[in-house]
Ligand binder design. Structure first.
Ligand code: FES
Length: 105
């Protein structure tokens, strides 16, 4: 799987999602609780950018209807979303944050 640098660690503010695009795939990169996660940026309920939502307890909340998705698994915690959002493996190399969208984790 191809890991691609998306940003540096110092560019990521704690609990503030950063939207990037990798091979045409919109990805929200989130630094929280000492880890970095990558989740597809589109809510599984409608075409809404998750990176505009709030992060809390390792969950990212969709701002439109309030479903939260687990940053580790992509699973929604409750309605209206019922389907998970893809999550992607992240690697940290020095200050670089690398993500692979060719394989979902
Ligand atoms: S668009 Fe995200 S919960 Fe409805």
């Amino acid at each position: 799987m191809a890991f691609v640098k998306v940003c540096t660690l110092s560019e990521l503010e704690e609990d503030t999602p950063k939207r990037v695009e990798l091979d045409g795939v919109p990805v929200s990169v989130v630094r929280t609780e000492g880890e970095v996660f990558a989740i597809n940026d589109i809510c599984s309920h409608a075409n809404v950018s998750l990176s505009e939502g709030e992060v809390e307890d390792c969950m990212i909340e969709c701002w439109l209807h309030g479903s939260s998705f687990d940053l580790r698994t992509g699973k929604p915690s409750g309605l209206p979303a019922t389907r998970p959002v893809p999550v992607y493996p992240v690697k940290i190399e020095g200050d670089d944050v690398l993500v692979s969208v060719t394989q979902e984790s």
